[in-house]
Write a protein that binds this ligand. Structure first.
Ligand code: 13P
Length: 250
């Protein structure tokens, strides 16, 4: 049985004092869940968030990393650096990074390999635009993104990866994919993973849904056959709302 994994993506929000307050409110509210709880926070919050989350079941992740270990890459942060302070997860290839920061399938692949080499667990985002969906290309887009992201990744390493299916038209828009639609897309991604790694590996890989997840739709989405939890943007900024999402099964 795959565990449900609920991750918050704070994006470019939350100053350290807000981050600490949020985690202090969230921790007691999620302490009894059997679901995995992750917060992916801005670089400037990482250290504070790690301290605030100490002794709790909340895991901390970053939202991006560079694929090189070190060197002349002004403004970048490497996987080795994240690992060195105790970060466990890192979002890779979020659509906002693909759209605004020229992230490509190739850099996504390099970042995944570097994350794995540094024992970080990548949360790899894939998903189609509205235009791609309307022209009937959605499945081709997100299965291709998945295949290219995982090129050269061993089956053992693939099991450590979380894939987040985030249709771009559902991000921050209040529009959620129907649970049936989202589950079908996630199934198609698992089908691609089966082609790449075989059924037993594919069945072990966590695939989340992301895009306007909130407490009112979390249960319907997360109790489908293939969706293993969510990557939550806006609704993860409020501890009480995020706690309700984490506790969707209570
Ligand atoms: P929203 O939940 O705000 O739609 O954002 C989704 C997302 O991009 C998470 O990575």
């Amino acid at each position: 049985m795959r565990k449900k994994v609920i991750a918050g993506n704070w994006k470019m929000n939350m100053l350290p004092n807000e981050a600490i307050a949020c985690i202090e409110e969230l921790a007691p509210a999620v302490k009894d869940t059997k679901n995995e709880v992750i917060l992916c926070v801005p670089y400037t919050d990482l250290f504070y968030a790690l301290l605030a989350a100490q002794g709790t079941n909340i895991k901390i992740g970053a939202q991006n990393m560079h694929f090189e270990e070190k060197g002349a890459y002004t403004g970048e942060v490497s996987g080795q650096m994240l690992k060195s302070i105790g970060v466990e997860y890192v979002i890779i290839g979020h659509s906002e990074r693909r759209q605004y920061f020229a992230e490509t399938d190739e850099t996504v692949n390099k970042k995944i390999k570097s994350a794995l080499a540094n024992e970080l667990k990548p949360i790899v985002c894939v998903g189609e635009t509205l235009e791609q969906r309307e022209s009937g290309k959605a499945e081709e887009i997100f299965t291709t993104q998945t295949r290219k992201a995982l090129e050269g990744v061993s089956p053992e390493d693939a099991k450590k990866i979380i894939i987040a299916y985030e249709p771009i038209w559902a991000i921050g828009t209040g529009k959620t994919a129907t649970s049936e639609d989202a589950n079908n897309s996630v199934k198609a991604i698992r089908g691609e993973l089966t082609k790449l790694y075989g059924n037993s590996v594919a069945e072990e890989i966590t695939i989340q849904y992301g895009g306007s997840v909130k407490s009112s739709n979390a249960k319907e989405l997360f109790t489908t056959s293939d969706i293993d939890g969510g990557l939550v943007g806006g609704a993860s900024l409020k501890a009480d709302e995020f706690a309700k999402i984490v506790n969707f099964d209570k």
